[in-house]
Design a protein around this ligand. Structure first.
Ligand code: FE2
Length: 306
């Protein structure tokens, strides 16, 4: 289907989370849904305040050095590889001056936090679980949604890094493919501060790559395995500008990206990546967690420990 023939995928969020037939048709055809006013301004501000406190409490002394210098890539990789079941802090690539000092204050230097706030931080768990979200996941096609990964992305003023065009199932692969991204605008995302762009409809194509471990732990390396050629036309990219409180649903095979933020305004977003419990999660995926000790949970609030 040509991009101009696709249905509109922007709606006012349904109050109970259940998708109308029109929304379901758009989700199927486009691989994305933009649901405005899904989360309240108050809920977004509360999450933002909690994220801000977590950054304030974060002592960067042990971590900053591995991001600061070019010769610590092995330690950077290790820090990333061990972050699947933790709350880890990642600096913006442009956070440091040549002399190793931070270019901006600490709270203007963190690229993101990840990847298990939804299980470890009560405020994040509460934001991540509701009947409304459970209804939405059900209508989007999940049999047994399981919350695998969370990220709080700051897209900092002036230095917020760009994210290349990718498919989320590249990073959270299951057999069959089941990953869906739930992307919440915690602040307004505009053309100036790094809103997302996507190729609606291109989720019907193949998964281009898979990010996985080459062999077995502990002496293991992550590789990007090519799976298929794609014919993505970047001229077809559509902007997904989003006011605070908007929830954007992204199919795991939908190509999407976001530009750098050179504006004076941050662009905070919170993302959940959800897989289906009925699908197989391979042991060589980059995100490893002890599923027996820390089982994944769904969207229903009564399944939350917090
Ligand atoms: Fe993504």
């Amino acid at each position: 289907m040509t991009p101009s023939a696709l249905p509109l995928f922007r709606f006012d969020a349904p109050a109970d989370g259940h998708l109308t037939d029109e929304m379901k048709a758009a989700w199927d055809a486009c691989g994305c849904l933009v649901l405005e006013n899904f989360a309240s301004a108050e809920a977004c501000e509360q999450l933002k305040a909690r994220a801000s406190r977590m950054v304030d409490e974060f002592d960067p002394s042990g971590v900053a050095s591995i991001f600061r210098t070019g010769d610590q890539s092995h330690k950077r990789d290790e820090y990333f590889q061990n972050s699947g079941d933790k709350v880890s802090f990642f600096f913006e690539p442009e956070a440091f001056l040549e002399n190793g000092e931070l270019r901006q204050a600490k709270n203007r230097s963190i690229n993101k936090m990840g990847h298990a706030m939804h299980d470890l931080e009560p405020a994040f768990s509460a934001f991540s679980r509701s009947d409304k979200l459970a209804n939405l996941a059900q209508d989007a096609g999940f049999a047994e949604p399981q919350l695998l990964q969370s990220m709080y992305i700051f897209k900092q003023p002036f230095i917020g890094g760009e994210v290349d065009c990718h498919q989320d199932s590249t990073f959270l692969y299951t057999d069959p493919l089941s990953c869906v991204g739930f992307w919440f605008a915690i602040e307004d995302a505009t053309l100036e501060n790094g809103a997302m762009f996507a190729l609606p409809g291109a989720h019907k194509g193949p998964l281009a790559e898979r990010f996985r471990y080459q062999g077995k732990a502990p002496n293991d390396a992550l590789i990007m395995e090519k799976l298929a050629d794609t014919d993505w036309n970047m001229d077809d990219l559509v902007s997904l500008e989003a006011k605070q409180g908007t929830l954007i649903l992204l199919h795991g095979s939908l190509p999407h990206m976001s530009g750098a933020n050179r504006s004076p305004r941050s662009r905070h977003a919170y993302t959940l990546h959800v897989i289906d419990g009925a699908a197989h999660y391979p042991a060589d995926n980059w995100l490893r967690r002890d599923f027996a000790a820390m089982p994944m949970r769904g969207f229903r609030p009564d399944t939350a420990a917090a």
